[in-house]
Design a protein around this ligand. Sequence first.
Ligand code: AMP
Length: 113
Amino acid sequence: MDNCLFCKIAAGTIPSTKVYEDEMVYAFRDIAPQAPVHILLIPKKHISGWSAVTEESDALLAHLMRTAAVIAAQEGLQDGYRIVSNCGENACQSVPHLHLHILGGQKLPDRMA
Ligand code: AMP
């Protein structure tokens, strides 16, 4: 999508610190990290969020989730990590391109909300 920040990051027209890329997904470091390791993992295809997901994306989403675990291992998060994905206004989603936050590198708060 022309005017999407994360589409531009995946395309390389806006710079990012890449940690992983394949034909379907792209991962980069969050610009405002909330943990020692804070990575964003996105599908290259524009999907605005979980509410916009259809059955057509099942294979892509399975790949996205499995890749999150691959990246966590690559980042040395063997002591644990958290995968978070905000959807919509009440969850404070600020970028309307589906993404997973991979958070780790320290003991994370027990409460999630
Ligand atoms: P969310 O609030 O769940 O939509 O997450 C969006 C995330 O994108 C936030 O954690 C931001 O810090 C992060 N972010 C926004 N702009 C950039 C950017 N240019 N590069 C890397 N991360 C970004």
